[in-house]
Design a protein around this ligand. Structure first.
Ligand SMILES: C[S@@+](CC[C@H](N)C(=O)[O-])C[C@H]1O[C@@H](n2cnc3c(N)ncnc32)[C@H](O)[C@@H]1O
Length: 273
């Protein structure tokens, strides 16, 4: 890696936040029922909106974060402001792929080498950006299952993807729970690609503001056992992403593939075929 720097220790994230689910002001009884059911599925408390400001709902529920479900969008209220959930660059990347645009490089796609009809297990769903791109790449005959250990992020991804008007979104199945437990339950060679994009250790300055993944995500480092299981479950390859300089790849004994100069992300691919 050549930096000589010591990796920052993990976890470097604040303790888990108290999360509750509510609805928009305009939500009717059917939406409120849908939100309550989603909350129950993800074992999160439901806080009825009852025409109140989000700060009041949060105060009564004892929540620091509210996941706000409405007919057309999914939001997250925290620190006095509501932000809309969206899959980051995922939609744009999926659209570029659909349009056959080759001018912008997508390091995930270049490394994953996905083919139509493949089955992908994304063990770190997050905002579902990579999962959306994978779903576009594998097409209608393929499948993407995204595991997410954070109940709040799993609910946001599940409900957000339902509201995304993109055909690829409908091909992503959200699995709420720990990827390691899921992997252990899966048969040998049951997915073509198993992908990991764990939370990076950040030596860089954190961006200001509330970052959904950083504040709600599961920051545990990828255990070697997860890699071992992934090699068993994968038919073609296991992909691991890391931030530069690749501290976690080194810890796992993986060698990063060559990357573009100045890249912030590194990938290792274990071909198991
Ligand atoms: C860096 S984000 C992934 C971002 C994602 N690739 C995307 O494109 O949006 C890492 C995510 O993995 C989740 N995670 C970490 N460990 C996990 C585990 N053992 N099982 C399932 N999800 C996990 C975190 O909660 C976080 O949401």
């Amino acid at each position: 890696m050549g930096t000589g720097a010591r990796p920052p220790s993990l976890p470097r994230y604040p303790p888990p936040l108290l999360v509750a689910v509510t609805t928009s002001l305009a939500a009717g009884p059917a939406e409120a029922q849908g939100a309550e059911e989603a909350a129950r599925r993800h074992a999160l408390p439901f806080a009825p909106r009852r025409g109140r400001r989000l700060a009041e709902v949060a105060a009564e529920a004892g929540a620091e974060v509210l996941l706000v479900l409405s007919a057309g969008r999914v939001g997250c209220w925290a620190e006095g402001a509501e932000r809309r959930w969206d899959p980051g660059m995922g939609l744009l990347r999926a659209k570029r792929l659909r349009a056959g645009e080759r001018s912008t490089r997508d390091s995930f796609l270049e490394t994953a080498l996905l083919r139509p009809g493949e089955r992908v297990l994304d063990c770190t769903l997050g905002l579902a950006a990579d999962a959306l791109v994978a779903a576009e790449a594998v097409g209608p005959e393929g499948l993407v299952v995204g595991a997410e250990a954070s109940p709040a992020l799993a609910l946001l991804a599940e409900q957000g993807l339902l509201r995304v008007a993109d055909p690829a979104a409908a091909r992503v199945q959200v699995h709420a729970g720990d990827a390691l437990a899921l992997l252990a339950s899966l048969p040998d060679r049951s997915f073509d690609l198993v992908a990991f994009d764990p939370m990076f250790r950040h030596a860089r300055q954190e961006p200001p503001g509330f970052d959904l993944v950083r504040r709600l995500g599961d920051a545990r480092p990828l255990p070697p056992e997860a890699l071992r299981q992934a090699r068993r479950v994968a038919r073609r390859a296991v992909l691991v992403k890391d931030g530069t300089p690749g501290w976690d790849l080194a810890r796992l004994g993986l060698t990063p593939l060559p990357s573009a100069r100045g890249a912030h992300r590194l990938y290792a691919r274990i071909d198991v075929g």
